[in-house]
Design a protein around this ligand. Structure first.
Ligand code: NAP
Ligand code: ZN
Length: 346
């Protein structure tokens, strides 16, 4: 069947309508009618080839939610009409030690990403800025029925990317935790860290977001470009999560870690940072990184969101507004995730 989508033809082109023939439904495949798709800053980095190696034409989108329209003959877990989601991964080798540990995102054969990725048969994947997608059942998630579907879309990337490191580094009560950057990832990190019982400090460069940060669960808000406000936070954090999308000085934040504290990067600016050894050695600090999360953990996160009624703060847009949404994200003018209403494709 033909899928209707929006694509960019090069790193400098605008989005335009694009259609492509989907693969035949295999025995283990699930066909999904896409209802909504979140717009992640990684879509901007890749569509504009900021990380290099982009494949064009590109249909981005890895925060996909919708309904099952058909299933392959061997699929038993999903049925027509089910509310499902697809995140950043659509396949992996399943046999390497990382896949077997449930960390398919670190597949040693390289996982197949939802878009801008080459599959085993040599074809290129197209993502969720489209009306439909076919995905192997092992990479399809169930979306809790009590969550607003559009506001649940960003959980598939922004949600798991922040939930996973907060769980891995055991963020919880009696900890002082800082979230750096209040965008798509940042506001989900804030909600999760608050739900896990930590004392949460939100760092932002946007003064006008301070009130929202409090409403979303921040115990304190610090303007990260204010030197005095930053100095007052020195040596006080157990854990920092850096979600910033543009180059910035990490040493400024490492100085805020307590003895044995960890700062984990999830943001991927296009130039590598400079880290002074002293920023780490004078506190026995750790600098770490984290990539999305495995499939089982993504389902765990969705179920947690169902139980705790956690979704994203979204601005719903027609797909024709993608270029403006990208420009606004780059200017940090996002509250706090753009989500495409896929009905606008027809
Ligand atoms: P986003 O919604 O655009 O938010 C990024 C936020 O970073 C902005 O809203 C802004 O927050 C802050 N920021 C931007 N430029 C800044 C600068 N020059 N200095 C300081 N702060 C700045 O982006 P996102 O979708 O959350 O994604 C964030 C990053 O994570 C991107 O690089 C993306 O590629 C990456 N990512 C990584 C993974 C992973 O698995 N590791 C997964 C998804 C995305 P304030 O206005 O509050 O300052
Ligand atoms: Zn993403």
């Amino acid at each position: 069947m033909k899928a209707h989508a929006y694509a960019v033809q090069s790193a400098s082109s605008h989005f335009a309508p694009f259609s492509f023939e989907q693969r035949e439904l295999g025995p283990h495949d699930v066909a999904i009618d896409i209802a909504y798709c979140g717009v992640c800053h990684s879509d901007v980095h890749q569509a504009r080839n900021e990380w290099g190696g982009s494949i064009f034409p590109m249909v981005p989108g890895h925060e996909i939610v919708g309904h099952v329209s058909a299933v392959g003959t061997a699929v038993t877990r999903y049925h027509s009409g089910d509310r499902v989601g697809v995140g950043c991964l659509v396949d992996s080798c399943r046999v390497c030690e990382n896949c077997r540990a449930g960390d398919e995102q670190f597949c040693l054969q390289t996982p197949t990403f939802t878009y801008n990725s080459t599959q085993k048969d040599g074809s290129v994947t197209y993502g969720g800025y489209a009306d439909r997608i076919i995905v192997n059942e092992d990479f399809v998630l169930s979306v809790p029925t009590n969550l607003d579907l559009a506001a649940a879309a960003p959980l598939l990337c922004a949600g798991i990317t922040t939930y996973s490191p907060l769980r891995h580094w055991r963020v919880g009560p009696n900890q002082r935790v800082g979230i750096i950057g209040l965008g798509g990832l940042g506001h989900m990190a804030l909600k999760f860290a608050h739900a896990f019982g930590a004392h949460v400090v939100q760092f932002t460069t946007s003064e006008k977001k301070a009130e929202d940060a409090k409403r979303l669960g921040a115990d304190e808000v610090v303007l990260s470009n204010d030197d005095r406000a930053m100095a007052a936070q020195s040596n006080s954090f157990d854990f920092l999560l850096d979600t910033v999308s543009a180059p910035h000085d990490l040493n400024r934040f490492l100085a805020l870690l307590r003895r044995n504290g960890t700062m984990t990067l999830v943001g991927v600016p296009d130039t590598p940072p400079t880290v002074a050894a002293a920023s780490l050695i004078f506190r026995r600090g750790s600098l770490a990184g984290s990539l999305i999360g495995g499939i089982a953990e993504t389902q765990e996160m969705l179920d947690f969101c169902g139980e705790h009624r956690i979704t994203s703060e979204i601005e719903l847009i027609p797909i024709q507004h993608l270029d403006t949404a990208f420009d606004r994200m780059v200017k940090s003018d996002v509250r706090y995730r753009f989500v495409i209403d896929s009905a606008s494709l027809h």
